[in-house]
Design a protein around this ligand. Sequence first.
Ligand code: NAG
Ligand code: NAG
Ligand code: NAG
Ligand code: NAG
Ligand code: NAG
Length: 444
Amino acid sequence: MEFNPQEKQWHLFKFKLQFFSVVSFLCIHLSSSAVLAPILQDPSTRLQFLSLYLRTPYQQPTKLLVDLTAPFSWVECTCSNRSSCTYRYHPLPCASPLCNWLNSPACSNCSSEPTTDPICSDGLCHLFFARPRYRKRVRVQALADSLALPVTNGRNPGQLEVVPEFVFSCSERSLLKGHVPRGVTGLAALGRSKFSLPAQVSNSLSSPNVFALCPSDSPSAPGVAFFGTRGPYFFLPEIDLSKHLNYTPLLISTDEDEAYLIGLTSIRVNGRVAVKLNRSVLTVDENGFGGTTLSLSTPYTVLESSIYASLVEAFVNESAAAAFKLTATQPVSPFSVCYDAGDVLVTSAGPAVPTIDLVMQSNDVVWRILGSNSMVRMAREGVDVWCLALLDGGVNPPATIVIGGQQMVDNLLQFDLDSQQLGFSSSVLVHDTMCANFNFTVNA
Ligand SMILES: *[C@@H]1O[C@H](CO)[C@@H](O)[C@H](O)[C@H]1NC(C)=O
Ligand SMILES: *[C@@H]1O[C@H](CO)[C@@H](O)[C@H](O)[C@H]1NC(C)=O
Ligand SMILES: *[C@@H]1O[C@H](CO)[C@@H](O)[C@H](O)[C@H]1NC(C)=O
Ligand SMILES: *[C@@H]1O[C@H](CO)[C@@H](O)[C@H](O)[C@H]1NC(C)=O
Ligand SMILES: *[C@@H]1O[C@H](CO)[C@@H](O)[C@H](O)[C@H]1NC(C)=O
C-alpha cells in the first residue's frame, strides 16, 4: 500500500496524536494516583483529625476526626431546610453506577416489585453494615459530594485532586459527644469497608488500596496521611520511611466491616522477659471476640486485665533492674505505674525505660515500643511524673488488646488492603526524623 505525501503526513500526525494522548494519559495517572492529608493531634483529647476539602462548588476546608474502625465517613447535618444547606451534597439514587459499586443491600434487595419495606420505598442508596461483635446494625442514607486532597510525590503536597462523587452520610453533632476539638465537623472513616475514605479515593483515582499514617503529637506541626501509595514517604531530612517497614498480615474477622486485626502472639519486656499471657484470649473466637486491633480514637493502649497485670509486673520489675534503677511512685490517674520525672533519663527516643516488644507472627517481626511511645508526662499541681501509658480493659473486653494513639505517634503505619498487610515502622525517632517532619510546602 502506498500513501501520498499528504496522507503520510496525516497518518504520522494521527500516530503522534495517539502516542501523545497515551503518554499524557499515563502521566496524569502516574502523577495523580497518590494524595495526602495533614493530620493533627488535639492536645486536650489526644484525638487525631485530618483536613480535606469538601463541598461543591466551593472547596471548603473541613476537619474530620480520624477513625480506624468506622466503616463510612459522615459530617454534621447543618441543614434545617434545603435552602439553608451549607453542604451541597445530594442523595444517590439506587440506579447510579456509584450505588451499584457500593452494592447497597437497600437497592439490590428491592429492585422491581413495590414493597412496604421502608428500606426499599425511596429508591435511594443506603450505606449498610452489621457489627455482630457490638450487636449493631446500621443503615444510613448515602450522600455524595466532591472531595479534594492534594496530590503527592511522597515529598510535598501538589495541586488538589478531586474525587467528584465521594460517598458519606450526615449525622447530628451530638454523635461526637462534645469531645472533639473546635472546628471538627465529622468523622473520616479509615476502616476496612469499601465505603471508607481510602477505599473510595483509590477507586476514584485508580490507585492501589493502600494508605499510610504518620501521626504526630505536636500541637502545631501536623503528621501526615498518604492515600493510594506504597511509598516513597519522605520526611526531612530526606528519610524515606517506606524503607523501614516490617509487615504482618491483617486478619479477617467475622465482622466484615470490623477494625483492623493483627496477629500479636506474645509480648516481651526489655528485649528478654516474656510476659506471661493466656494465648487463647489473644486469638479471635467464633463470636468475633478477642484479638488485637488498632484505634486512633483510643488515646492509650487498652489490654485485657490478665495481660495488663502481667505486662505491668514485668515492666516494673525490669525498670527496677540495674540499667534503669527506677522505683515507682504515687501513680497519677488514669495510670497505675508512674516514676518521678527527676529520676528518669530522657533520650532522643523519649524516657529511658524498658522496651515493650509486640511480637507478631514470628520472633523477628516485632513492633518495638520505646519510651517516647510507652510513657506520658503528667505534670500538674506539684506532681511531675512519667507514667506507663497503658490501661486495664477489664475481663472479656470485645478486643483483647486495642493499640491506642499514644503508641502510634511518630510511627509510620501502612494499611495495605490489596495485600491484606500492615506495615509498621516502630518509632521513626530512631531514624532521626519524626512524623511532624513532612515538608508541607506546596510544590507546583
Ligand atoms: C430556610 O432556612 C433559612 C435560614 O435558616 C431561612 O431564612 C428560610 O426562611 C428557611 N426556608 C424555609 C422554606 O423554611
Ligand atoms: C438482602 O437479601 C439477602 C439475601 O436474600 C439477605 O441475606 C440480606 O439480609 C438482605 N439485606 C437486607 C438489608 O434486607
Ligand atoms: C485462658 O483463657 C480462656 C478464655 O478466657 C479460659 O477459658 C482459660 O481458662 C484460660 N487459661 C488459663 C491458664 O488461665
Ligand atoms: C524480676 O527481676 C528479677 C531480676 O532482675 C528476676 O530474677 C525475676 O524473675 C523477675 N520477675 C519477673 C516476674 O519478671
Ligand atoms: C520543602 O519543599 C520545598 C518545595 O519542594 C523546597 O523548596 C524546600 O527546600 C523544602 N524544605 C526543606 C527544608 O527541604
